[in-house]
Structures are given as structure tokens and as C-alpha cells.
Design a protein around this ligand. Structure first.
Ligand code: MIC
Ligand code: SF4
Length: 642
């Protein structure tokens, strides 16, 4: 049987396991990336492992999330990460150099290689045929130390692109269309390969928009073939030698095949508060808009920015709209400056922000009260923008410009002729903002610089054979990591201070949760389906662990979050009968019986002492995962010398 693109890369990197769907596969990881909001914790974990140098082919630390430096905390974190990088063999991308995924695609990603990153949008690298996956910080730390990365062998989905996009219909609309078809749960347990004749009309930045937003489907990753278009892109980045062709075999088999006829697509928009809440832009025409934000790792390439500049040229934005533009990298910004496009953007009345995540993670530019914000980003979860009652819509850069000019949601096809933007033959290459690590010899005497906000990693406890704990919080379906551990300008600076961070845990759902959990000492959370979707932030597991949460029982989990829970020593369990969810209430006294035997059987009995009822819960832990839970988390397990 032939192989898919992902199966080929997995096979070439497999340390143990096989290609059977659902089995555990250990992968050799070639490259890692971190960003600062998850990086400090990942490097603290790396340090705990006591290794001198990273063992990967290339590891890069980016500073892109937490760049406001509104207090000493961010600056201290950056200095800490920079000093760890210098000492341990990691490349350090300075603040201002750009968003990790954009810069990694431009300068470091390679077709056919494996990449894991402590950020859920790491699959952006699939745009050049990499097997790129988001992971928790601890998994990235282990991979930097040369350890394997474990995945559950995913199913293979294929999306066949037929025909060609019409003017003003973009790669972002393809991403929104697949979200409409599959929903935010539809990619869980799958890798999505993009193929069909339509692929040859998509440039690398367009492909990267699609693989980036594949994260919102819950997919393990998304991937495009590496072809002549990939080669041209790498050549223009001065990296032709990194090119290798990769495609799937003609007889490769897929678990699902979806056809999308590009010529039939229209400009689409994701409505509040979920990326899969899709309608046509046309259907919302006339809705008043207060704010428009263009940028983020989804839509901040030179390709996107040149189109935006061309559409804004000679126009002034509507007086009632505030427009922000954050180019994805220093390369993008300086090329916009060199060709004059930046002046066109500025002349329109736009505010040009730093090359960083910025408004996407609520770091500034929060909308006004009950404001309507159109964003080219990938997530519109409630509260993420920093304004609790804002309505955030996700759109293409073209639709964003149309709203900025008219002050209301407007079909971009009404803007006139579509600007034709070509990829440059050569990009401007200047890697001076990437600081190289010291040699092993020089590194010996280098000191790690720590600030007072960097608190030690919290201690987790081994799982017990019989767990008696109260049901501390019951939540519904599609709970995101932004619900569990919110970000934003007020909270993000404390990512390396778990005790402080814990005050904000589940703040969106129930502000009394942290105090209640602390008072109980040991507790259990109950959730609906797709619990933990969204970000890779391991803080969404570490903070509940710090607050005493010992198990989370749901209808289903998102991939990265379930791994983070196990790494933190928290037991993820699912209901055998989904209806049992309705039979549990907050405050119930629960007991998990014969946990260790149950782990082996794959079924654990839950006794609800309050109602007197018994339920069956499911688990499917591998031997390694059972050992991690019994040890009290991955760090404790690694320290035991496993
Ligand atoms: C996000 O988009 O939610 C983030 C911020 O990039 C996160 C990482 C984080 O929480 O630090 C992600 O996507 O993994
Ligand atoms: Fe940054 Fe937003 Fe991309 Fe996350 S989704 S990496 S916050 S730009």
C-alpha cells in the first residue's frame, strides 16, 4: 500500500511503534521552537533535566507573545530565555524579529523534517511539507534533550482542491470553509493532507495560512506536498539547498476525502465566539464595525501585507474604525518599507504595531465595550481579545480592509479590481536579530540570568489507587485553554509564576474556582466534549494541578491538552456513557475506585457518594503514560531515570 505525505515522514522518524491508527508512535524530532509565553516554563523544565546542550538539529526560541514589557516580568523572562539559549545551544530570535511561525517558515523550516513547538500553531510549517506539531512545553523540553515525542498514530484525511479561487476569495476562506465542513472537533485524531490540482495555484504563504488554521480543527497537523512552489520559496529565501520534493503515493489510502471546489467559494466570516461559526461575508453586510486587526501567524506574510497595502493605497479608513496592522516578521516589515507599501498603509490611517502576536493574544488593542472587531486571526474565543463583551469575527485580509474602509462588514468583491501580488524572486535576508548560541567551550562559564518573577516548577503528586475528591467545577462543551488559563496583557507576564497565575484559572467561567479548589486540596473537574481545545499552553494543566485537581472527566479531550494533563500528573478520563455527564453536579463527593487496576483494564469505576450512583469511565493509557501518572507527572518520571 502506498503512503501519504505524513506517513512517509513519520516512517522516516519512527523510533518505535507502527503506522496502525490509534497506536502510540515515538518520533525523533529534528527541530523545536518555543515562544516566550510557554518558553520560560519549557526552559525551566529543560534545565531540570540537567543536560548541557540541545540534541536537535535546530532549536529556536522566539520572543513574540509577551513583548509589551509593561513591568519587569517580561524583560526578565526574555533575559532568562536569552541566557539559556546562549548556554545550551539554542538560537534566540529577539523581540521584534517576528512571530515564531512566520519567521520559522521563512528562515528555518525544512520539508521532510519533524518540528515540535510549544505553540499550537506550529503546524504552519506544514505549508512547506514539514511534519510540524504543537506540543506542551515539557514535551518540547524532552525533545530538545534528544528524547522522543509520542503521538497517537492519527487517521489520514485528504482535502482535494479542485479549480481555482475567484478574485477576492483567499486561502483564509479555504480555512474557514474546512472549519464549516468539519467543525472545531472535526480534525481531532487526524492529519490533514492538502492536495488536488488546486494546490498548484497556492503560494507558500497561502498554504501556510491553511496549515496554520488547521489547528482550529483540532487536527494533529496539516501538510502540503513539497513541490516546485516550495522550491521557489526556499530559493527566494536563499535556502534552495533545504528543498526536497515530497508527495503522497498515488495509491495512498485515506480515512476521509473531502473535495472543495475553489471556484465555488465565496468570502467567508467566522462569527463570535468560535472559529467554526461560519457564514458568508455577504450575509452580514452592513454590520457596523469598530475595530479591524490585520496580522497574526495566520495572515501576516509579505504576500498578505502587499495586498492590504495595495487595497488601502489612496484611501482613508472610516473615521469610526480603528485599524491595526502587525506584519509577521522583520523581513516582511522591512520589505514593505523598501517598496513604499508601508507608506500607503500609514497614509490610510492604520496603526502599525510591532511584528508580534499583539492583539491576537489580547496584548493591547482590546476592542471598546461591546465592540465589533474584525480580525484576520485564527481564534475568536470569548474574552480572548481582552474585552469580555466584544464580538470578534475572523476574516481574510481583503475582507478586513473592506470593513476598515467602509466602517461596516462589506463583501471585498465590491472593492474593484483585485490587486495582483507576486512572490518576490528574492526576499531580503537579514538574520542579525537571531543570536547564535555559544560554543560548548564558551558556554561552560556562562550564567543563567533569573528574575524574581520566575518561580520554581510546582510539585505534582503521584496518583493514588483510590481517589476521593469533590467535583469542584462542571463545565460544558468546547472549553478552550483560554477558558481554563486565560492570557492577555494583565495575566501573560505571570506565565513563569504559577502561584500568581492560579488566581485567574477558569476566570471566564467561575471566578470563585481557584479559592474553592485550594480549599478542597484535592478535586475533580467535569467537562463536556472537546475539552481543552485551542492553545498548547501547559499552564492549563499545571495551574489546575497546582490547585489540587487530580482528575478531569469529560465526554472527549483535545489532543495537546490531554498530553499536557498526563504530563502534569492529572488523570484524563472519559464517560463510557455520555449521558452520565448529566448525572453529576458541582459539589458531589466522588471516589475513583481501584485506579491502578482500572488503568490496566481501560475502565475505572466512579462512585458518586452524594447520589449513591456508580459510573464507568474510560481510559486508554499506554504503559509509559501509566508510569507517568503513577510517578506524579513527566518531570518526576524523567527524574526517576526513565
Ligand atoms: C494562542 O494562540 O493561544 C497562543 C498564545 O499562541 C498559545 C500559546 C500560549 O498560550 O502561550 C498556543 O496557541 O499554543
Ligand atoms: Fe501568536 Fe496569535 Fe499565532 Fe498564537 S495564534 S502564535 S498568539 S499570532
Amino acid at each position: 500500500m502506498g503512503l501519504t505525505i505524513a506517513q512517509k515522514i513519520i516512517k522516516a522518524h519512527m523510533l518505535s511503534g507502527d503506522l496502525t491508527v490509534g497506536s502510540e508512535v515515538a518520533l525523533k524530532i529534528d527541530q523545536t521552537l518555543t515562544q516566550d509565553a510557554t518558553g520560560t516554563m519549557a526552559y525551566l523544565e529543560f534545565e531540570t533535566m540537567g543536560l548541557k546542550r540541545v540534541k536537535t538539529e535546530r532549536s529556536v526560541a522566539y520572543i513574540d507573545h509577551n513583548t509589551l514589557q509593561s513591568g519587569f516580568e517580561n524583560a526578565d523572562d526574555h533575559r532568562y530565555i536569552q541566557s539559556v539559549c546562549k548556554k545550551h545551544g539554542i538560537y534566540f530570535s529577539r523581540p521584534g524579529n517576528g512571530i515564531c511561525h512566520q519567521v520559522h517558515l521563512e528562515r528555518f523550516g525544512k520539508p521532510g523534517k519533524t518540528l515540535i513547538g510549544s505553540d499550537s500553531h506550529t503546524p504552519t510549517g506544514g505549508g512547506i511539507g514539514m511534519l510540524a506539531m504543537g506540543a506542551g512545553g515539557l514535551d518540547v523540553a524532552v525533545a530538545m534533550g534528544g528524547g522522543a515525542y509520542y503521538i497517537t498514530m492519527p487517521k489520514m484525511y485528504k482535502v482535494n482542491l479542485i479549480g481555482k479561487l475567484n478574485p477576492f476569495v483567499t486561502a483564509k476562506d479555504i480555512s474557514l470553509e474546512i472549519l464549516r465542513i468539519l467543525s472545531v472537533k472535526g480534525g481531532v485524531g487526524a492529519i490533514i493532507e492538502w492536495g488536488g490540482e488546486g494546490v498548484k495555484y497556492l503560494s507558500v504563504p497561502e498554504r501556510a495560512t491553511i496549515t496554520n488554521m488547521g489547528t482550529e480543527l483540532g487536527a494533529t497537523t496539516s501538510i502540503f506536498p513539497s513541490d516546485e512552489i516550495t522550491k521557489e520559496f526556499l530559493k527566494a529565501q536563499g535556502r534552495e539547498e533545504d528543498y526536497i520534493p515530497i508527495s503522497s503515493d498515488a495509491d495512498a489510502e485515506y480515512d476521509k476525502i473531502i473535495d472543495i471546489d475553489l471556484s465555488e467559494l465565496k468570502p467567508l466570516i467566522a462569527c463570535p465566539h468560535s472559529p467554526d461559526n461560519i457564514v458568508t461575508v455577504e450575509s452580514l453586510k452592513g454590520t457596523k464595525v469598530d475595530q479591524v486587526c490585520i496580522g497574526s501567524c495566520t495572515n501576516s506574510s509579505l504576500f498578505d501585507m502587499l495586498k492590504v497595502a495595495a487595497l488601502l493605497k489612496g484611501k482613508t479608513i472610516d473615521p469610526s474604525v480603528s485599524l491595526s496592522i502587525s506584519p509577521g516578521s522583520k523581513q516582511v516589515l522591512s520589505m514593505l518599507a523598501d517598496c513604499g507599501a508601508l507608506s500607503d498603509i500609514l497614509a490610510s490611517g492604520a496603526r502599525v504595531l510591532e511584528c508580534a502576536c499583539g492583539p491576537c493574544i489580547g496584548m493591547g488593542f482590546s476592542p471598546n465595550s461591546a465592540g465589533v472587531s474584525l480580525r484576520t486571526f485564527n481564534r475568536n474565543f470569548i474574552g480572548r481579545s481582552g474585552t469580555a463583551d466584544a464580538s470578534v469575527y475572523l476574516v481574510s485580509p481583503e475582507t478586513a480592509v473592506a470593513a476598515a474602509i467602509t466602517g461596516e462588514i462589506t463583501d471585498p468583491r465590491l472593492l474593484g479590481d483585485e490587486p495582483i501580488v507576486k512572490m518576490p524572486e528574492t526576499f531580503k535576508i537579514d538574520d542579525s536579530a537571531v543570536i547564535e548560541p555559544a560554543t560548548e567551550e564558551e558556554a561552560e562559564n556562562l550564567e543563567i540570568l533569573r528574575g524574581p518573577n520566575i518561580k520554581p516548577f510546582p510539585k505534582s503528586l503521584p496518583q493514588e489507587d483510590s481517589l476521593s475528591a469533590d467535583l469542584v467545577l462542571k463545565v460544558g462543551d468546547n472549553i478552550t485553554t483560554d477558558h481554563i488559563m486565560p492570557a492577555g496583557a494583565k495575566i501573560l507576564p505571570y506565565r513563569s509564576n504559577i502561584p500568581h497565575l492560579s488566581q485567574f484559572c477558569f476566570g471566564v467561567c467561575d471566578t470563585a474556582f481557584p479559592e474553592r479548589a485550594k480549599a478542597l486540596g484535592k478535586s475533580i473537574i467535569v467537562g463536556g466534549s472537546n475539552y481543552g481545545q485551542g492553545s498548547s499552553r501547559e499552564h492549563a494543566a499545571l495551574v489546575p494541578m497546582y490547585l489540587g485537581v487530580r482528575a478531569v472527566i469529560t465526554k472527549s479531550f483535545a489532543r495537546i491538552h490531554i498530553a499536557n494533563l498526563i504530563n502534569a500528573g492529572i488523570m484524563p478520563l472519559t464517560f463510557k456513557n455520555a449521558e452520565d455527564y448529566d448525572k453529576l453536579s458541582q459539589g458531589d463527593k466522588l471516589v475513583l475506585l481501584d485506579v491502578f487496576e482500572g488503568m490496566n483494564k481501560g475502565e475505572i469505576t466512579l462512585k458518586n457518594e452524594t447520589s449513591g450512583e456508580d459510573f464507568t469511565l474510560l481510559c486508554s493509557f499506554t504503559e509509559r503514560q501509566k508510569a507517568i501518572l503513577k510517578a506524579g507527572g513527566l518531570l518526576a518520571y524523567t527524574k526517576e531515570g526513565k
